[in-house]
Ligand binder design. Structure first.
Ligand code: ARG
Length: 701
């Protein structure tokens, strides 16, 4: 033994697989051989003894995993942070490790209760002593990292573990001498991989393959230029040799059955302190408040999922559950993120859910000037469909023209704010950046529930009776809106005509149920094709068969309308005498046709200038009470983006995926109906007729 490195180990006198707390232990309860375990442990012990001093902690009955001393705690200089085990199965080890640290002269820090941290299993010093890599995601909580930074006065870099086979950082990550790093990249999320790549230059990163990872090659003990591990492939050995290391293999298969190997069985208790470095953790925390029907609406679940999925972590500080059906709940949640960027990502999504900072933390929104027309500052806040307010000079200001995917521009006097599309920004605008001082107002209703009651998303094709029920409801609402002078906007695709819905939609227009029609070239072309020639895309609409030469019909129609100069003029000339567009012209219902790359013709009315078409759509949507989306995915998505929450949307499509996409706005107002649009329209018209003339129906019965 030449070195002054000290390692703590614990003999496997009572080692066994007694319970399952990681995937390796599954199926291995009492399957390991004590004799072989002792033999293998001795093999490791003697190897290490040749290069370091080994201290021993006394084995104890009832705590079989005590052999994994890496999980005793984390040591730096004469300070030890005691582990707080995540699983109760291992919590019994804590007093033994604590006693060992104390009797060996370490100052022991203990984390607050219920803040798990599993010691050197989840925290590994860079071997140059520059910083501490700390894992989270399975056993250790992200919130423990700032404590490590403070108590050990070291920079902590948080890495998120993603694969439950590699539940401790030391199972997939091993810093080596001279700045090398042995690791298994797929065990980490993208953000962590980026962080690793930023800190460790490519030539120092030794990324291992899965076959080595599952042999616990990263779970290695590095003593100067020696690397001790269970097993390594020839290529890995070569790689390490090339980097100047000597690989020593020693079989530890009995310990693999418990999910551990060489490194897990050791704790290095001499970690050199670098005095010139100081503590910091990029970990950020914030406390947010959520109010509403948090459970019924699923908001609380979604909020917590958002935090975890983005790589953060949470602690619910308070939860006041409303006990009556009508009463709302409130929660205070502490959000922790490994970096400022991740915190911003999480916060912007939580804001969309209606989360607010605590009153004492509310501050003004950050505004930045636009320095190039049509381009927002980098970190601009992206708007949603929900009513939004920004805080300017201590006041909450409502954002006008709410829509999705815009930026918030605040007026020079700070008294008003407006959603603006990127292309509409000018250098005189100031735009909200970051996530400070923004709130969205979500209806307090049991949003999710209602959506599902009326929709058939995910349920496949709805039964006829359920479609009828939903149609009854929609008919009733259409009637209300019409009687109160409201606005219904329809977006429709050509499928409306192909499925025989044309006459019904025409009737809705004629009877005043539609206040604007949005579509593309195709719906207009096929509607007029049907009126003028009786076919839709060449199919005879009465007999349902293709007409010879029918595929040319729509071009004839386009040509005809082009001759007259517009749809209006074709109607005026008495040439077009029926159909949806005819009814629009006759009843002064505005329509807007947005062009696309595949359009034939186009019709003179079709706007091939897309920005103009978007503006035209936006103008017609304004003030809408309901939007009926009839089998037209693209136009409907476009419309959905322009429409603030609060506008009822009814999306009808035979394809459940389209319905889900469009009606899943997480808002109370969307209804999805998976059915044939022609059938839907015919049922709708029948229902409206019933409402108009109930006696006629009664007579029939
Ligand atoms: N059975 C133990 C557990 O699941 C194994 C611990 C391995 N230790 C380690 N540092 N990776 O906790």
């Amino acid at each position: 033994m030449t070195s002054s490195i000290r390692i703590l180990m614990c003999a496997p006198d009572y080692y066994d697989v007694d319970y399952v707390i990681n995937p390796w232990m599954e199926g291995n309860i009492h399957k390991s051989s004590r004799d072989r375990a002792v033999e293998q442990w001795q093999g490791l012990y003697h190897l290490i003894k040749e290069h370091a001093i080994v201290d021993l902690v006394t084995p104890e009955k009832g705590v079989p995993d005590l052999v994994f001393t890496a999980n005793a705690g984390l040591v730096l200089g004469d300070t030890a942070v005691l582990s707080r085990f995540y699983h109760k199965e291992r919590q019994g080890e804590e007093p033994y490790f604590k006693a060992w640290f104390e009797s060996n002269g370490f100052t022991v820090h203990e984390l607050p209760p219920e803040l798990p941290f599993e010691g050197a299993g989840d925290a590994l010093f860079d071997r140059e002593g520059r910083w501490l890599w700390a894992g989270y995601g399975f056993r250790s909580e992200l919130d423990s990292h700032p404590y490590l930074a403070k108590w050990l006065d070291v920079e902590v870099l948080s890495l998120r573990l993603m694969d439950d086979r590699f539940y401790h950082l030391d199972t997939c990550f091993c810093p080596l001498n001279n700045g090398y790093l042995l690791y298994y990249p797929p065990a980490f999320d993208a953000y962590s991989n980026r962080l690793i790549e930023m800190r460790v230059p490519a030539e120092k990163r030794i990324a291992i393959a899965e076959h080595d990872a599952v042999n616990f090659a990263c779970n290695a003990v590095n003593l100067d230029q020696i690397v001790i591990m269970n097993k390594a492939s020839t290529e890995l050995k070569q790689h390490l040799t090339d980097a100047g290391f000597q690989v020593l293999e020693t079989p530890l298969t009995e310990f693999l059955k418990a999910g551990g190997a060489a490194k897990c069985l050791t704790l290095r208790v001499t970690e050199p302190v670098r005095v010139e470095l100081h503590g910091s953790a990029t970990v950020e925390s914030r406390i947010v408040q959520l109010d509403g029907h948090l459970l019924d609406s699923g908001v609380i679940n979604r909020a917590l999922d958002i935090i975890v999925e983005a790589g953060g972590s949470f602690q619910v500080l308070n939860f006041n559950l409303g006990t009556q059906r009508q009463s709302t709940s409130s929660a205070e949640v502490k959000v922790t993120a490994p970096s400022h960027d991740v915190m911003e990502t999480i916060m912007s999504q939580l804001i969309d859910l209606g989360a607010l900072p605590r009153p004492q933390e509310i501050c003004d929104a950050d505004l930045e000037p636009v320095i190039q027309d049509g381009v927002a500052p980098d970190d601009f806040y992206v708007t949603t469909i929900y009513p939004t307010e920004v805080r300017v000079n201590g006041e909450w200001v409502k954002v006008d023209q709410q829509r999705m995917d815009g930026a918030v521009a605040v007026s020079p006097d700070g008294k008003s704010a407006q959603c603006k599309l990127l292309r509409d920004l000018t250098t005189s605008d100031r735009v909200v950046v970051g996530v400070e001082g923004i709130r969205t107002i979500r209806k307090a209703a049991r949003e999710q529930r209602n959506t599902q009651e009326f929709s058939f998303m995910g349920a496949g094709v709805s039964s006829e009776r359920r479609v009828e029920l939903v149609v009854e409801q929609i008919a009733w609402e259409l009637r209300q809106i019409r009687d109160q002078g409201g606005r219904v906007v329809v977006t429709a695709g050509p499928v409306v005509i192909h499925t025989g819905g044309g006459e019904h939609l025409a009737k809705l227009v004629r009877e005043g149920y539609v206040q604007a029609l949005l579509g593309g070239n195709a719906i207009a072309v096929h509607d007029m094709e049907q009126s003028l020639l009786g076919t839709s895309l060449g199919v005879d609409m009465k007999r349902g068969v293709s007409v010879r030469g029918g595929h040319r019909h729509h071009l004839k129609v386009i040509n005809l309308v082009r001759r007259y100069g517009s749809i209006d003029k074709t109607v005026e000339a008495g040439v077009l005498q029926g159909g949806i567009l005819y009814e629009c012209v006759r009843n002064n219902i505005p329509f807007s046709l947005a062009g696309s790359i595949r359009d034939d013709g186009p019709l003179p009315d079709t706007k091939m200038e897309l920005i103009e078409a978007q503006q035209d759509y936006a103008r017609l949507i304004e003030g809408a009470d309901m939007i009926l989306m009839l089998s037209s995915m693209l136009h409907s998505i476009g419309v959905g983006n322009m429409t603030p929450s609060g506008v009822k949307m009814v999306c009808v499509d035979i394809n459940p995926a389209v319905v889900t996409k469009l009606s899943d706005r997480g808002s109370i107002e969307s209804v999805g109906v998976v059915t044939d649009v022609g059938l839907f329209l015919s049922l709708l018209v029948q229902q409206l007729d019933k409402l108009t003339n109930p006696y006629r129906v009664a007579e029939k019965v």
